[in-house]
Design a protein around this ligand. Structure first.
Ligand SMILES: NC(=O)c1ccc[n+]([C@@H]2O[C@H](COP(=O)([O-])OP(=O)(O)OC[C@H]3O[C@@H](n4cnc5c(N)ncnc54)[C@H](O)[C@@H]3O)[C@@H](O)[C@H]2O)c1
Length: 386
C-alpha cells in the first residue's frame, strides 16, 4: 500500500468528496473530488443491486478501469466489465444495439446498475442503453473528461447520431448520481481541456457576464493556470451550467440557451466525422452565430470581437469555419438538427453577454438560408471583418 492510499484511508469521504445537490428532472447528487475512487463503492452501496456493469471505452478502461474494478471487487460487489468504441463516428445504432445485446447476455436484471466510465460519448450511449433495457434500469455517470464532468453529464438528454446528423435519436434518462474525479480529467490532452472550457465560455456569454469576466481573468494567465486548482476550476464550470439548469431542470424551455452556437457547431462536428471536437465545433458555431447576430443588427461589433478575444486569443480554440466545408453542406446538415421545426432553420442569437435575442418569448429565431450562408462566409474569413 503506498503513502497516498494510507492517507486516503485515514481521511473520510466527507472530507474528500464535495456533494452538490443537482436536479436533473429528479434529484441527482453530483460528487466531486481528487483521487476519490476508493470511496465510490460506499456511495454505490446506498442503492441495493445484484450486479454492477462497468461500461467503458479503450482509453478510460486502460487508465482507470482496473482501479475502479478493484475498489468495487474488494467490497464484494459482483462486477462485469464491457468496453465500447467511443469514436464520435461510432456514437450510432450499431454501438448502441451491440451494447444492449451484450448487457442482456451478461445477465443484467432490473436490479442491476450500469456505470458509465468515460467521456461524453460513453455517457450518452450508456445512458441511452440504460433507458432502453427493460424500459429503463439504473445507471451512474463516472465522467473521465472535463467536457463530460462539466457539461454532458449535467443533462438528462441521452442520444446517438443518425446517418444524417448529430443526436437524432434519444431519450431523457437521469443517472442515480454523478461521480466526478479530477484525477481522471487532469490526464487529458490539453486540446480536450480547451474544448471543454468553450462550454464554460458559452455559459458566460448566454447567462452571466460576471462568470465570463472571472473566466477571462483565469485564462489571461494562460491555459496552464486552469490546472493550478483544477478541482476548484471544475467546480466553477459545473456551477456555471447549474445556474442555468436550475431554472429548467427538465430542459424543455429556458435551458435551450445552453444550445448557443450548437446548431452550427453540431453540423460542423458531424461533417468533420469527429476530427473537430465537440467544444471546438461549438467555438466555431458561436462565432458564426455572432456574425449572424451582427448581420441582423442585433449585436454590436464589440460583442463579436469579444467572442474572438476569449475563444481564439485567450483559449486558443478554433474559430474559423474549415475551408473544406461549404456553406451548402453545413446548411444541409443544419436542416437535420434536432431543434428544427416545421418553420425551417432556427438559431439562437445573442445581443450582448447575458442577453439572448428573444423577440416573441422564444429564443429560437427563424433565419433564411441566405442569412446563414453569409454568416458562414464571414466566419470562414479572417477574424471579425464581416
Ligand atoms: N447534453 C448532452 O448529453 C451532451 C452535452 C455535451 C456534449 N455531449 C456529447 O459528448 C461528446 C463529447 O464528449 P467528450 O468531449 O468527453 O469526448 P469523448 O467522449 O469523445 O472523449 C474524447 C476522447 O478522450 C478519451 N478519454 C476519455 N477520458 C480520458 C482521460 N481521462 N484522459 C485521456 N483521454 C481520455 C476518450 O477515449 C476519447 O478518445 C459528444 O458526442 C457530445 O455530443 C453531450
Amino acid at each position: 500500500m503506498n503513502t497516498e492510499e494510507i492517507t486516503k484511508l485515514e481521511t473520510s469521504a466527507e472530507e474528500e468528496v464535495i456533494e452538490l445537490e443537482v436536479d436533473l428532472g429528479q434529484p441527482c447528487p453530483y460528487y466531486l473530488g481528487d483521487n476519490i475512487v476508493n470511496y465510490f463503492p460506499e456511495y454505490l452501496r446506498r442503492f441495493p443491486h445484484d450486479k454492477v456493469v462497468v461500461v467503458s471505452s479503450r482509453i478510460p478502461n486502460e487508465l482507470f478501469g482496473d482501479a475502479l474494478f478493484q475498489a468495487l471487487d474488494s467490497q464484494g460487489a459482483s462486477v462485469i466489465r464491457l468496453v465500447i468504441d467511443d469514436r464520435e463516428s461510432s456514437k450510432n445504432w450499431r454501438t448502441l444495439s451491440s451494447l444492449c445485446e451484450a448487457l442482456i447476455e451478461a445477465g443484467v436484471t432490473r436490479d442491476s446498475i450500469l456505470v458509465a466510465l468515460g467521456g461524453g460519448v460513453v455517457g450518452n450511449v450508456v445512458g441511452l442503453a440504460a433507458g432502453l433495457v427493460f424500459r429503463g434500469i439504473r445507471y451512474v455517470e463516472v465522467p473521465t473528461t472535463l467536457m463530460a464532468q462539466t457539461d454532458s453529464v449535467l443533462s438528462r438528454k441521452q442520444a446517438i447520431n443518425g446517418s444524417t446528423g448529430k443526436n437524432q435519436f434519444g431519450l431523457y434518462h437521469t443517472p442515480l448520481f454523478i461521480w466526478s474525479d479530477v484525477a481522471y480529467s487532469r490526464r487529458e490532452p490539453v486540446r480536450q481541456t480547451r474544448s471543454a472550457v468553450v462550454e464554460g465560455i458559452k455559459n458566460g456569454l448566454v447567462n452571466s457576464p460576471e462568470w465570463l469576466d472571472e473566466l477571462i481573468g483565469i485564462l489571461q494567465a494562460g491555459i496552464d493556470n486552469v490546472y493550478q486548482n483544477f478541482e476548484q476550476f471544475t467546480l466553477r464550470l459545473v456551477q456555471s451550467k447549474l445556474s442555468i439548469l436550475e431554472r429548467d431542470p427538465n430542459e424543455k424551455k429556458e435551458a435551450i440557451i445552453l444550445e448557443y452556437g450548437h446548431t452550427f457547431g453540431h453540423a460542423i462536428e458531424w461533417l468533420s466525422r469527429g476530427s473537430i471536437y465537440h467544444g471546438e465545433a461549438v467555438s466555431i458555431g458561436m462565432c458564426t452565430a455572432a456574425h449572424l447576430s451582427l448581420e441582423m443588427g442585433l449585436m454590436e461589433k464589440d460583442v463579436l470581437e469579444l467572442h474572438y478575444y476569449v475563444l481564439q486569443e485567450l483559449l486558443g480554440a478554433p474559430v474559423r469555419v474549415p475551408e473544406e466545408l461549404t456553406p451548402a453542406q453545413i446548411c444541409n446538415a443544419m436542416l437535420s438538427d434536432n431543434k428544427r421545426t416545421s418553420t425551417g432553420l432556427s438559431c439562437l442569437l445573442l445581443e450582448k453577454p447575458g442577453r439572448l435575442y428573444r423577440p416573441n418569448g422564444s429564443y429560437l429565431t427563424k433565419v433564411s438560408p441566405e442569412q446563414v450562408r453569409q454568416a458562414l462566409q464571414a466566419a470562414g474569413s479572417d477574424r471579425c471583418d464581416s
